[in-house]
Design a protein. Sequence first.
Length: 431
Amino acid sequence: MDHYDVVIIGTGPAGLGAAFGLLEGAKPPSILLLDRHSYSSGGLRNDCKMNFSWPIGFPVGVWDEATALPYLRRVEAFLKPDILEKRNVSVYAKRAERLNSSLIEIRQAHLGTDGGLELIKRLMAELSGRGVDFGLDEQVLKIEAAPKGNRGWIATSAKREIACRDLVIAPGRGGFAFLQEVMSALGIAYTDNVVDIGIRVEAREERYAIVKDYYDPKFLFPLKTRTFCTNSRAAHVVQEKYEDGDGKPWYSVNGHAWSESRPANGLANFALLRTITLTQPLASGQAYARMLGAQASLLGGGAPIVQRVGDFRLGKRSKAAGLNGDLYDFEPTLKSATPGDLALACPGKILEALWKAMKTLDTIVPGILHPSTLMYYPEIKLYANRPSFMDGNFQALPRLWLIGDGAGTSRGITAAWASGLRAAEGIRSST
Ligand SMILES: Cc1cc2nc3c(=O)[nH]c(=O)nc-3n(C[C@H](O)[C@H](O)[C@H](O)COP(=O)(O)OP(=O)(O)OC[C@H]3O[C@@H](n4cnc5c(N)ncnc54)[C@H](O)[C@@H]3O)c2cc1C
């Protein structure tokens, strides 16, 4: 059996933040970072927009502004981002205010999917150079407490057993199911009653011209609806595969953009999401999302659905043949999406909020409701299994630390990194 002081599961920003945080001490522990993929598959790899403003990415249940800001400053000092410039923000903000909405101004950097990959390589090389070991292509299957009389934990991967004093689990959104299994097996209480459901909107850049002034504008609309993750210049819609309990696949759409080094395609995309909080009888947000995802996949013939705004307004489904024409002047970037009817797949209450937000947005940034604009469904953001923590450093059981998007301590790259730093402080102060 291999032995380490600290084992970190997940090489996303939360895991990397924890590793770099642990190296800050005078006598750093021995560290093993594990990932089921041969690279960090997490958020740094996908578009890599880094937000440096409270509260973007910070779940308010476990963070407040005073706690988050010093960590945000440390993340920024470490990653040294080039903050994007913004123009004319007050013009859009005033229009939004008049419509009972708001535009949040944030400090943001954008590396692009290719730039994020370079960053990951650089960070992993730096960690290796400072003595951190990596176990890549190594999925962790099981976690157990060390046998009686011993401190710590044993992680069983597909390749070996590893004993450690402190175990940090940072498996991201893709690791929700794994984390739920771990928490159920170890008797850690958790809730997961919140979920974001929405669409991804794709339009020609000139019909969402704000992206020339503000790369990722965050609008907040009534009915807990907001824009999220805007991409432009060389922007694409993608699909992510998930599985329901029986192993049947369903898809959520997402978006990303390449850095300046790739050719532009003149399109922009962004998510429009409504937050749903399930109450009595308390249900799992993930189970609800899975059900909606499976329903969309059924109607889409095993793929997400896409509909032109022009068709939606007329109450008719989009068809492949109708996606072209003089009014419909660009091709969907997600080729696999099935032209269809959002209203058949999306619950009425959610669709109503999304459509109201689209109309409001069109008044703030005229053009987005052009008939050619595409709406892809579903875009689903699973909130995490929120564990009950023992302390402010995200310790769930003695010497077991649960961080990042999977554990509900973050909802973005910088907050995930900050969660890692916070857990590292907990480990350092308890050894
Ligand atoms: C397509 C896409 C685009 C995004 N774009 C942005 C963006 O531009 N800006 C932003 O701030 N946020 C973005 N996000 C959100 C961002 O990805 C997350 O907030 C962030 O990555 C969370 O970090 P994390 O370390 O908690 O998890 P992740 O980054 O997801 O990392 C978790 C890691 O754990 C590994 N893992 C999981 N289970 C196991 C296991 N059992 N054994 C071993 N390894 C395991 C995974 O392979 C993964 O590498 C995006 C997300 C997606 C999906």
